[in-house]
Design a protein around this ligand. Structure first.
Ligand code: SAH
Length: 228
């Protein structure tokens, strides 16, 4: 009998903590994302659904839904929720799309994209982060995300071309292999600029074989590093 009560209380604690995170996600979407003018339905739904707290180390869970980037170890961070949502909606993701992400980190941005598009391919240069991302994504059964440890500068040629490319580390220039792997009519979002300085979030569009670039806002991302 006693045991049954203990299980009952554990169940109540578990379900109420789940509700609490769900409430925090709803607040995050209304106060940080909708309040700043983002209206893309599929993105808002994904941000309300994906458990962001499970992508951060346990010590950071209590501030996973704050209006800030969150450290994920190895000197890296998940972007602020608004930036994740902004970068998702700006590439105009559709249900039949195949998307490439450079900089898997925790796997959170890939998880958001996985709720909207058909397949997500994500590359991460730090093997431990790639492994961590793989196991959270597998535990959540986000089976349409493919994670690989590699230098994202070269993209993922065998899996391409891609309808959209999302780069989550700041590069000194736009890697030409990524432009080559973007489909006609495709969009890429990439922070460009020197490490540890303010960078420019650029939208790159391929139209009739021509490349159009537009600077959208000033941002600060962790650096795009190179393997060698
Ligand atoms: N999108 C991630 C954010 C991670 S921060 C998330 O949602 O959690 C950026 C990531 O880019 C870091 O993990 C960093 O290791 C990775 N990175 C930097 N340079 C890279 C490169 N050349 N190729 C692949 N990943 C790279």
């Amino acid at each position: 009998m006693k045991i049954a009560w203990i299980f009952f209380f554990i169940f109540i604690l578990y379900t109420s903590s789940q509700d609490e995170y769900e409430n925090r996600r709803k607040l995050m979407v209304s106060e940080q994302i909708k309040a700043r003018g983002l209206r893309h339905e599929a993105t808002l739904r994904a941000m309300e659904t994906v458990p962001r707290h499970l992508f951060v180390p346990t010590s950071g869970r209590s501030f996973a839904y704050h209006d800030n980037p969150v450290p994920i170890g190895h000197g890296q961070t998940i972007s602020q929720p608004y930036i994740v949502a902004y970068m998702t909606q700006i590439v105009d993701p559709k249900p039949d799309h195949k998307v490439l992400e450079i900089g898997a980190g925790s796997g959170y941005q890939a998880a958001i994209l996985s709720q909207i598009v058909k397949e997500v391919y994500t590359l991460e240069i730090i093997p431990e982060l790639a492994e961590g991302a793989k196991s959270v994504l597998a535990a959540l059964q986000y089976n349409n995300v493919h994670v690989k440890t590699a230098d994202g500068y070269y993209g993922w040629e065998e899996a391409g071309p891609f309808d959209a490319i999302v780069v989550t580390a700041a590069a000194e220039h736009i890697p030409p292999p990524l432009i080559a792997q973007l489909k006609e009519g495709g969009k890429m979002i990439i922070p460009v600029g020197s490490p540890f300085m303010t960078q420019s979030l650029m939208l790159v569009e391929k139209e009739k074989g021509k490349i159009k670039t537009r600077s959208l806002m000033a941002v600060r991302f962790v650096p795009f590093t190179r393997s060698n």
